[in-house]
Design a protein around this ligand. Sequence first.
Ligand code: ADP
Ligand code: NA
Length: 345
Amino acid sequence: PPNQVIFSGIQPTGIPHLGNYLGALQQWVKLQNTAAPSTKLLYSIVDLHAITLPQDAQKLRQWKREGLATLLAIGLDPERSILFHQSSVFAHTELMWILSCTASMGYLSRMTQWKSKLSLTDDTSPLEESAKSKLKLGLFSYPVLQAADILVHRATHVPVGEDQSQHLEFARECVTNFNHAYGPHLIAPKTIMSPAKRVMSLQEPHLKMSKSHVDPRSRILITDTPEIIYKKLMSALTDSTNSISYDPVARPGVSNLLELLSHFDAEGRDAQKLAVVYGDLGLGQFKKVVATTISESLAGIREKYAQVLNQDGGAYLDHVEREGARRARENANATMAIVREAVGL
Ligand code: ADP
Ligand code: NA
């Protein structure tokens, strides 16, 4: 069997929050540290995906840089894992075009993420003209780019959160379509489902923690200082019962804090267990415990982040960027040689 190749990506749209970290990034590090030596790992800052929604150029450049620094800060090793910006490897967009020539419009239209990004909730009714003109071609077709990201590196495994499983299914569909037309050249990737860790908003605990929520107190960033983490937790929405118990339906706020605490608990206790342990504390005291635990758990990431961002006046990050791009290009170009030959280009 071919050696394993693991690929995943994250958009450079701001410093990752705890949802991104616990729901996705932490898994990347775990895979890196447990993979067989023969396993190839590629993790990409997918800047071309970020521009499916309007971005400020200067801000995007900054976020790409910070994105790379956060990958290093969480423990990805650039010698072991290939870390790179998607747009520095042209083969991604070239393969996207080739795949789009055998991909079906019908399948793409049934995918739901572009609808949610345009805040269209009705999945069945035909789009009105006004919605159609708001829908940019790139946002509509970005699952094809995502498929190309994976297939161009011959990934065998892709770690994703549940929200992405539909896109992985589409990537496999792209493989079927391409291979049917040109021969068995592309590899169908398997999904590695990230352990279900849905982190909820600190301000609206019935919603997922998300960078798209306006109130910055709704999320903790992995580089937040202890002071900021403390403030955000103190202002977290809970309820008027001044005690600790685990009941996600009746007490979503407190229950979310218990879940958060359990993700960082050194003894690996679950939320229910922790509710018993801290049952006698008042809400304020309990929030303090959660703040301290999270701050201490993130201390290493915070320090490493500050260190790599400024290392050698930025020359270290330049070096990581260059080396990652070189290795990713080499890997992708090998696939493109096969694809071009098969297609007749
Ligand atoms: P956001 O929702 O903040 O825009 P992204 O869509 O960029 O985040 O998320 C990148 C990945 O992080 C997702 O594929 C998902 O698996 C994970 N993720 C995002 N938010 C959460 C959350 N609140 N809980 C768990 N995982 C999350
Ligand atoms: Na999202």
